[in-house]
Design a protein around this ligand. Sequence first.
Ligand SMILES: Cc1ncc(COP(=O)(O)O)c(C=O)c1O
Length: 422
Amino acid sequence: MMFPLVPQSSRAYAQAMQLSARVNRLKPSSTLAVNALAKEMRQRGIDVIGFGAGEPDFTTPAHIREAAKHALDEGLTHYSPIPGEPAARAAAARKFARDNHLDHFTAENVIISAGGKHSFYLLTHALFDPECGLEMILPTPAWVSYRPIAEMAGATVVEVRTSVESDFKMTPAQLRAALTPRTRMLLINSPSNPCGTMYSPAELKALAAVITEHNAAGGKVVVAGDDIYEKIVYADTAFATIGQFLDPKWSVTLNGMSKAYAMTGWRIGYAAGPVELIKAMSKLQGQMITCIAAFCFPAMVEALDKGEPDVAEMREHYRQRAALMHEYVSRWTGVRCPRPTGAFYLFPDISAWFGHTSAGGTPLRSSLDVATALINEAHVAVVPGDEFGGCGPNHIRLSFACSTEKIEMGMTRIGEFVRTLG
Ligand SMILES: Cc1ncc(COP(=O)(O)O)c(C=O)c1O
């Protein structure tokens, strides 16, 4: 039996129900689809190794969990202020000053939402209108959710294609060429999902200079820096956020608790920017979810104020895993993959395998074929690169948010798959 990687949706049901065109156009996230399939196969007794996950395999540190338990026992079970409890907003502002040289933020500049994904949703809906003709510049390959969320808000997504040769980084010249009078937003995600690389402070400064020049000439470009992988870095240069180099009026910083503190299931994201923009996002949040769960705020404060030792410990694991996985990938002939410098992904160019047939008889013509053959034949779940945009269709995404034993086992299986290609 062959398991399909693309979920089969019921078109007939959608037509009968007359679901909205907006929702019908929306594709389910391919990363979530891979993980759901891996789970289903495991339930059927198949030993699938998962390199698909976009989440830490660690449990949230105990002192952070305790803070939430304590909050529940103290009766923090009611609605909170829409943009979040003042203490948690203040903790985020402190964090931005301490870690990111963004010392102009106060609690008022911060909104706390149900995850980084939700923060991005609020931001795009605060900046774009349906069919507004305004553009969002997105360097690709990029996280699968940016495009659909921005498009739902009414943005036209303008891709700037990057490649393995530039470690998947956009140059100032590329950015300059992509800017138009209609550009409303630039998204920078560093370290990057899916690329596993990050911009140096000097590179970010050069990109920021292009925006500053454009806005000085009448442009109205808001730069969103998605720093969700900020703590998972092992580059030679330090982490920087693009907001450091911008006029605060044109900058929004997105971050969240999911990746740094192994808190994906808590659904806590936060964003900081100009007060008027944060108020607009808050108005929308008030009509969407009201606020996040009240007992999460003390846990967020605990993590932001006292979580650095946990972060450092997890980072060390990621550093070792990154080196190990990259070593395996470098043995595959014809496959190119930059050395990972941040996040927990590798994004190898596997197009050298196209035109071959797997030992199980699957012709490999695309990244989806490769991912489908890998999960069915080698029992290793990887994410096909197609939906990340740009050169993504020549790549697969491998996540090393799993133990070194699993990495060794899974990479050995993929090695065997490659060795037996016909
Ligand atoms: C680049 C990037 N930004 C934002 C998010 C959102 O994370 P969350 O909604 O869990 O905070 C993710 C999750 O995969 C991501 O990879």
